[in-house]
Design a protein around this ligand. Sequence first.
Ligand SMILES: [Zn+2]
Length: 207
Amino acid sequence: MIHLGFAVIPRKLVRLAQNEFKKEYFMRARTIESTFRFCPDCGLETQELGRVPFRCQRCGYSHFFGPVAAVGGLVVTEQKDLLMVRRAQQPGKGKWGLPGGFVDRGERIEEALAREVMEETGLTVGRSRYLISFPNLYDYRGVVAPVIDLFYLCVVSDSSEVVLDADELDQFVWAPPSQDRLDQMAFESNRKAIQYWMKNPNLSLFD
Ligand SMILES: [Zn+2]
């Protein structure tokens, strides 16, 4: 058994999820490791294209490819409304998601959560607690890289003050998650985290 936050997940289910992830990853046209045709340090062409980690046969340079850490916030109200935002940019343009983004170097996950929620929505995160994580894939200009999304349940000091980052987002909604919206999510990991929260009403910041 693996303990992940509040969830106890049987190993068999973990393996199934990993296999599902691998299948989806390798269906994509270009994985990040497939772009490492030459050693970034000495320039030698690799004889093992797609190997993880990348390892240069001449100078020994290695590259491990992540996954990169990202954070997502389930910003909720006591009435169980959830803040969802619509993406104005690829990947997932026109689809819905949670505020969040990549963790910067030297930054704690909790700091990344507060920074991303502030940057994207203008809201100040108050209390928060770790919820669950899901692997994700980030497709940037056709090259896909593995990401691990860490989801936090959080509240904000004043939910009426949403100011969207207009470069990144074009709509927001405070509402209990509808099936319709869950069917239009930019990232599967966000949908899974929301469904996990919905199925576990005991996970609250208000008790
Ligand atoms: Zn090299």
